[in-house]
Design a protein around this ligand. Sequence first.
Ligand code: ATR
Length: 268
Amino acid sequence: MDRYAVIGNPISHSRSPLIHRMFAEQTGEQLTYEALLAPLDDFAGTLRGFLDQGCGVNVTVPFKEQAWQLVDSRTAAAELAGAVNTVQRLEDGRLLGDNTDGKGLVRDIQHNAGFDLRGKRILLVGAGGAARGVIQPLLEAMPAQLCVVNRTVEKAEQLAMLFRDRGPISAAGFDWIEESVDLIINATSASLDGELPPLAPSLISTGHTWCYDMMYGSEATVFNRWAARQGAARCLDGLGMLVEQAAEAFLLWRGVRPDTAPVLAALR
Ligand code: ATR
């Protein structure tokens, strides 16, 4: 049977095995999907060990940048993202790296939530790997402006520089921006620590601004609770993005895109 896995550290919390098993059942694809814990100092060994036999892997925190280094070739999306979340073993044994995170985010916002990004003013909070991975797909959706805001302003400026030929992108520090926007996306890791980026409440226009936290949990994230208090029109979490990026990986591996709606409903 064709074998797949998600590799990370930690990994026991991962919902990817459940998601891919539901996809397999729905599409009739014959495969297994497991969760693998890689030692922090030997991701390469775990990856190669599994892909001697296995057909593909998903890669999660903190190994996406290492995966980018280790693959033999990359899709355009992975190249720009600087990180790989999906690896496919090709017939000749070479490893192809893709990044489906950004596509998953945009699909969740536009298709599942019905928010058209075209012409919108978007604030992307954070300038680490998670933020970088979603910039190109966001710019492809033709927003009026994508402003990257980060605690360490230099990192936001570097990202804006890197993508400047690809769309209307700018950079800012938290205390530079106050005017309301149409959508705020939290791509910082602050939610993991229960912390809130120091965003001005005036960025949210009551009943108009949408907020999206790329994190998710059993309860609303600190960012989404803050956004709701400021009167955001909608507060979405990253569970939809997780399911959509998984569907894109499944499509790459199996050539069929599963229907994500019933899977997302089951997870909720
Ligand atoms: P990831 O791969 O999840 O993006 P990362 O590359 O370490 O992880 O980046 C973490 C991001 O969250 C950075 O933008 C970081 O801001 P700095 O670049 O200034 O460090 C941001 N971040 C983490 N904790 C934060 C907090 N408490 N407030 C604001 N930003 C935070």
